[in-house]
Design a protein around this ligand. Structure first.
Ligand code: ADE
Length: 230
């Protein structure tokens, strides 16, 4: 089986590369793709660079060029739900684009014609993640992840995203990866560990916790691989 593991920033995939150690590097579309054999799974790892366009490009390459049959995303997010704290894990049940706005034409936020607001993650991968959490005795929350090309560090904006989309966490890539996978019929799973609370001190907290939260997320993804059938 061919599985892709994607992050947005180099810090988000570094714990994976350190874990797998021996990988080959393939360059394509101005990016690097790290390929490794893990048990009987062909794994391709890449970080997209920040934002929805970069993430959509990398997800497409992982699927169309590297043949990924499932895509797992590992990284960090800002908490919107006050029950999520730094280092907590959240798996996306569904993803929305909070910055997509053609409300001027009477459409709801996050919607464009011939598309949908919410993309649902793969049920089977969500089930595997819940089983993995149980085995590891870890708490894994799940909910709505809102994505946009903005680093949110403002309590009012955060509240608006929460109220408008029922979001639990925010980040800058998940929904675009979800849209690509959904359109190409590739099961996907988006995991994030909280790095900040998307408030006035989010920039400081993000820098402080990016590495530790990235590792929490990446370690979980590796454990999930052990529960995927090759
Ligand atoms: N990723 C991690 N924290 C974030 C935030 N506050 N806003 C957007 N993306 C993030």
């Amino acid at each position: 089986m061919k599985i892709a593991i994607m992050g947005a920033m180099v810090e988000e995939i570094t714990p994976l590369l350190e874990k797998f150690k021996e990988y080959k590097v393939v360059e394509f579309a101005e990016n690097k793709f790290y390929t490794v054999q893990y048990k009987n799974i062909d794994v391709t790892i890449a970080y997209s660079k920040i934002g929805k366009v970069n993430a959509a490009l990398t997800a497409s390459v992982l699927i169309n060029i590297f043949g990924a049959q499932k895509l797992l995303f590992s990284g960090v997010a800002g908490a919107v739900d006050e029950n999520l704290h730094i280092g907590d894990l959240i798996a996306a049940e569904g993803l929305v684009q909070h910055d997509l706005d053609i409300t001027a034409f009477g459409h709801p936020y996050g919607f464009v014609p011939e598309s949908k607001i919410l993309i649902k993650a793969d049920e089977e991968l969500l089930k595997i993640s819940k089983d993995t959490a149980k085995t590891l005795n870890l708490t894994l929350k799940s909910g709505i992840i809102a994505t946009g090309d903005q680093f949110i560090c403002d309590a009012d904006k955060k509240e608006w995203i929460k109220k408008t989309f029922g979001a639990n966490a925010i980040e800058m890539e998940g929904a675009s990866v979800a849209f690509v996978c959904d359109a190409l019929n590739v099961p996907f799973f988006i995991l994030r560990a909280i790095s900040d609370a998307a408030d006035a001190k989010a920039g400081f907290d993000f820098d402080e916790f990016l590495r530790s939260s990235s590792k929490i997320s990446a370690d979980f993804i590796v454990s999930m691989l052990d529960n995927l059938e090759g």
